[in-house]
Design a protein around this ligand. Structure first.
Ligand code: GCB
Length: 596
């Protein structure tokens, strides 16, 4: 493993002190695991009264006739896991507080077996208990965590109790305010993972950035045992080798093969199987390189233009957070239909199904941590929380070859504390994953006399600059779009990571009512103008319309058109294609023809 620098070490230590959940082992879906999904019994606790003397986590039962317990889990009050709680009961629609969950399970331990409980994500703070004992806490709504429960678990009637609280917190990531729906609950799969004493905690397999026929990487065991033989097999490449761990339980992998590279047109993946003793893990791995050279982005050594779209993790027709493979398919298929080769998954790490569907279908991915507008940068805990999330998502997804960017922020206003935090996060991402690109979405271009100037000292520290600009919507054009001149001192690729405008599906221009706002034609005009402008930006290497589909947002309170929805979707909340969809699709189809 690459040595971690002092900064990394300090961040890891501090982050460890904040979150008592263990960082999740990699690739739960490729392990010996069972799902603990389904109906969980629940208690709704708006005042957080269950943590004090009521001690809901003890899951107590009345001991006699005069024992009037003021709570009880029971089979008549259940919620589905995975799934946000807001969409499951009308009275929870705008709920932002605690819900207690309980699931009973039995377990037959095997010899030398270890057991872990693993949560794909719970928004925002989760406190986890097993049989009345606290296992720990995890903060952050979009990254995985786990607890070892070997030795605590019984053969019968185990009760895992989780308090999930989705209150927005000032020093949270994200902070108090954000433009999406605050779905709370156990929003992703829960697994029980069985391992043996020694198991593979982490691994990486990738292409050497300097040599397309060289697979490099490592395997890392859960414990620092030397001399363990780890088998690495990729049958389609006729790889069947053994590597031996050093005193840190780490073994490097280095193999020469002729490989068919992963590309958006031919997203080739290879089955990989790693094992040590009786413990094994399987994955599907793709190989590609991603680099920046001057103002170009090179995929497998060739310049690529990113035809993207922004996606939130929501199924609008269900007014719910997306959580399953079927949900992932809906979102990813829409992006494919639009002609994309790239998706920006905003503004937080999405579930693994989505990343994998994108990988299989040939979509490159921008992953982001929720360092969003309104973050409380002066609070000293904020940087550590953000660093921990970054570490959790990089650990989880570093083998997904379609992930090309780690984004450390979206639209944060410059200040000493912000600058320091973002620079450290960018360095941290590079240190943890040196061969991927680091980016961030900035919104502070200065527009004057028809000139757009990239201005943010942090731009120096990212590989690719993302710019969110809303010309024609939040900002006036002031000049013909094709004449807008973009200026950058950075000699780096730029992506327009957001642009667009709001319209209601089928809303025709009504000039009698104010201007022509909220109409589809108004937004078509924005898109046409944007495309005219894009054609003249020399260092532009990709665009991402905001946003694939209308999404729920409590801050969108306009009562005739928005009604609680951000209407900048290319699709309506029912999936109807708005006119702007066709503008984008036509341009993307042309680009594909000319650029491949
Ligand atoms: C932005 C934000 C995005 C918002 C969007 C909007 O710049 O990054 O989260 O939803 O603008 O619609 O205003």
């Amino acid at each position: 493993m690459k040595a971690i620098g002092t900064l990394g070490f300090v961040l890891l230590m501090l982050a460890g002190a904040l979150s008592y959940g263990q960082t999740s082992m990699i690739n739960v879906y490729g392990r010996n695991s069972t799902l603990l999904n389904g109906k969980w019994e629940t208690i709704i606790d708006p005042f957080d009264a269950g943590i004090g003397w009521r001690a809901i986590y003890k899951d107590a039962k009345p001991t006699g006739k005069n024992d009037f317990l003021e709570y009880s889990f029971d089979e008549n009050n259940t919620l589905n896991v995975p799934g946000d709680y807001n969409s499951q009961m009308p009275e929870l629609t705008y709920y932002e507080s605690s819900v207690w969950y309980k699931k009973a399970f039995n377990y037959q331990p095997g010899k030398n077996e270890r057991l872990f409980i693993h949560f794909g994500a719970a928004n925002y703070i989760a406190d986890v208990f097993l049989n009345g004992k606290k296992l720990g806490r995890h903060e952050g709504g979009f990254t995985p965590f786990q607890f070892e429960i070997t030795g605590l678990v019984k053969e019968k009637d185990n009760a895992v109790v989780v308090r999930v609280n989705n209150s927005r917190v000032k020093n949270g990531i994200p902070g108090f305010g954000f433009d999406w729906f605050n779905y709370g609950g156990i929003t992703r799969d829960v697994h029980l993972i069985k391992t043996h004493d020694v198991f593979i905690d982490d691994y990486k397999l990738q292409l050497d950035p300097a040599d397309n026929s060289h697979i490099t990487g490592y395997v890392k065991l859960n414990s620092a045992v030397a001399g363990k033989q780890v088998s690495v097999k990729l049958p389609e490449l006729k790889i069947d080798v053994k590597v031996t761990t050093d005193g840190k339980g780490y073994a490097a992998i280095s193999l020469k093969r002729k490989i068919r590279l992963w590309t958006p047109d031919q997203p080739r993946l290879y089955t990989a199987r790693l094992s040590v003793d009786q413990d094994s893990i399987s994955d599907r791995i793709g190989f590609r390189t991603i680099k920046v050279e001057g103002t170009q982005i090179l995929l497998n050594g060739k310049p690529v233009f990113l035809r993207g779209v922004n996606i939130h993790e929501e199924i609008p027709q269900r007014k719910a957070r997306a959580y399953s493979d079927a949900d992932a398919l809906v979102l990813i298929n829409w992006a494919k239909e639009l002609g994309c080769n790239f998706v920006r998954l905003v503004h937080y790490p999405h579930n693994e199904y989505t990343i994998k569907q994108a990988e299989e279908k040939g979509l490159m991915v921008w992953e982001e941590i929720p360092v969003y507008q309104g973050i409380d940068f002066p609070d000293s805990t904020v940087k550590n929380k953000a660093a921990l999330m970054l570490r959790e998502v990089i650990k989880r997804d570093k083998n997904r070859c379609n992930v090309i960017f780690w984004s450390v922020a979206n639209e944060t206003g410059p200040s000493k504390d912000r600058d320091r935090t973002l620079v450290e996060l960018a360095k941290e991402a590079k240190m943890l994953d040196p061969d991927r690109l680091v980016t961030a979405a900035f919104n502070n271009v200065s527009y004057h006399d028809g000139k757009m100037e990239l201005k943010d000292s942090v731009m120096k520290y990212v590989d690719v600059i993302g710019i969110n600009e809303y010309m024609g919507w939040y900002t006036d054009w002031a000049k013909d779009p094709e004449k807008v001149q973009w200026l950058s001192d950075f000699n780096k690729p730029m992506i327009i990571s957001e642009f667009g405008g709001e319209s209601v599906y089928n809303n025709k221009i009504d000039t009698a009512v104010k201007a022509s706002a909220w109409s589809e034609d108004y937004v078509v005009n924005i898109y046409n103008n944007q495309i005219k402008m894009f054609k003249g930006i020399p260092f532009l290497q990709g665009v991402c319309p905001w946003v694939l589909v209308d999404f729920r947002s409590p801050v969108r309170m306009q009562s005739t058109f928005q009604k609680g929805w951000n209407r900048k979707g290319l699709l309506s909340e029912q999936g109807d294609k708005k006119k702007a969809w066709f503008v984008m699709k036509e341009w993307y189809d042309q680009l594909k023809k000319t650029n491949g």
